[in-house]
Ligand binder design. Structure first.
Ligand code: ADP
Ligand code: MG
Length: 397
């Protein structure tokens, strides 16, 4: 028996670390995706008769209470999604938390105020973090780790607490880790990896590691231009990381030596006025090796988008991280839309990872269910794919 059932949760106070770090405008939640993703574990524990105490953070407060980062609106939304009252404690380990937890009956749910209102949560000092974890542990009989977006962080409510209480993975973390294993251990082939986004330097570890595992690497987004430059082409005003040109050249050589196909765009949508938003003259499509000196590459061109979709149609496993262009602007969203569409048709496992990539598919009108999996943890999934250890997972094993 693994997972939450192994804790025999009925009647116990179960501390659940969730990732409820949603975007807020004032007290209005603009995207409740992370709260929804946290519901299955909380609901399962509540249905099993546990007294559920949810730990979470919101934003980056400076280790002191800050009303702008209160979890109160999040607790209210969680209550709506669960269809039941959710108690809210106005502190994390103080009198309100103690009283709130003591007041829970079997099956009840409470949310404690932002763990990051306490300096011990994110402290680099093991003793300070441990002292805070000790106080958190007094509030529960067992711990469930379900905040996938934070499992790469060595923090009190993620890491230190697990060594103080009986513990288990929550359903979200189990699902995420299972998908990541399928992408790294024995992927069903052909395995295609699509990488984009803004910078190569953000994704070096991922490229390094997946170059060993994938059959095809498709490259779009802002990182394209450093690859094009590495091939000897001029890229005009496009995003270019001079200090990564040699690295990209090395990736191209390694791919060739290992028989991994790298697909780069052959055409690019360029603009001379971005980011003014005027688009006069209108954006044009140019060959990738002839980007004019005054132009900025902002999307892969239509021929490239089609070629990417064709390549993806053959794949049985696809991992995608990083938009193909500046998808936030309609004129530069075509490549991202075509790639997203292609992922929805994959006969096999399709996975979207990365915060902006997940936002892109939703903004472009796709449903989460169109994909095999949309990872809730950008940083955590990328670190896993780099082959790095995730402290919040290691501590559970
Ligand atoms: P993720 O969060 O999915 O890992 P990134 O943070 O790496 O993705 O990149 C997302 C950003 O990359 C988007 O805001 C998008 O506008 C930007 N981007 C994509 N293509 C380009 C480009 N050609 N030039 C500049 N920025 C780009
Ligand atoms: Mg991002």
């Amino acid at each position: 028996m693994s997972g939450i059932d192994s804790l025999a949760p009925a009647g116990k106070r179960i501390l659940v670390r969730s990732d409820l770090n949603v975007p807020l405008e004032g007290t209005t939640i603009t995207d409740d995706g992370r709260i929804r993703a946290s519901v299955p574990t909380i609901e399962a524990l509540s249905d099993a008769g546990a007294r559920v105490v949810v730990l979470a953070h919101l934003g980056r407060p400076k280790g002191v209470p800050d009303a702008a980062y209160s979890l109160a609106p999040v607790a209210a939304r969680l209550g709506e999604l669960l269809g039941k009252d959710v108690a809210f404690a106005t502190d994390t380990v103080g009198e309100s938390a103690s009283a709130t937890v003591a007041g829970l009956g079997d099956g009840d749910v409470a949310v404690l105020e932002n763990v990051r209102f306490n300096p011990g949560e994110t402290s680099k000092d093991d003793t300070e973090r441990g002292a805070f974890a000790d106080r958190l542990a007094e509030l529960g009989d067992a711990f469930v780790s379900d905040g996938f977006g934070v499992v790469h962080r060595k923090q009190a409510s993620v890491y230190d607490i697990a060594s103080r209480l009986p513990h288990a993975m929550g359903r979200l973390v189990e699902t995420e880790i299972d998908v990541l294993r399928r992408l790294t251990e024995t992927p069903v082939r052909p395995y295609a990896v699509v990488l984009g986004g803004s910078k190569v330097s953000d994704k070096l570890g991922v490229i390094d590691n997946l170059l060993e595992k994938a059959d095809t690497l498709l490259i779009g987004g802002g990182m394209v231009f450093t690859f094009l430059k590495a091939q000897g082409h001029e890229v005009g005003q496009s995003l270019l990381e001079e200090d990564q040109i040699d690295v990209c050249r090395d990736y191209l050589a390694r791919a060739e030596a290992q028989g991994v196909k790298i697909l780069l765009p052959t055409d690019i949508v360029v603009d001379t006025t971005f980011p003014s938003g005027e688009h006069t003259p209108a954006p044009v499509v140019v060959p990738a090796e002839r980007i004019p000196a005054d132009s900025l590459g902002l999307d892969i061109g239509p021929a490239s988008a089609t070629a990417f979709a064709v390549a993806l149609a053959e794949a049985r496993t696809v991992f995608w991280n990083g938009p193909m262009g500046v998808f936030e602007v309609e004129e530069f969203s075509h490549g991202t839309r075509v790639v997203a569409e292609a992922l929805t048709k994959v006969d096999g496992l399709s996975v979207v990872g990365g915060g902006d990539s997940a936002a892109a598919v939703r903004q472009l009108g796709f449903a989460d269910s169109d994909f095999g999996h949309i990872s809730t943890g950008g940083g955590a999934s990328l670190e896993y794919l780099e082959g790095r250890e995730l402290p919040g997972i290691t501590v559970l094993n």
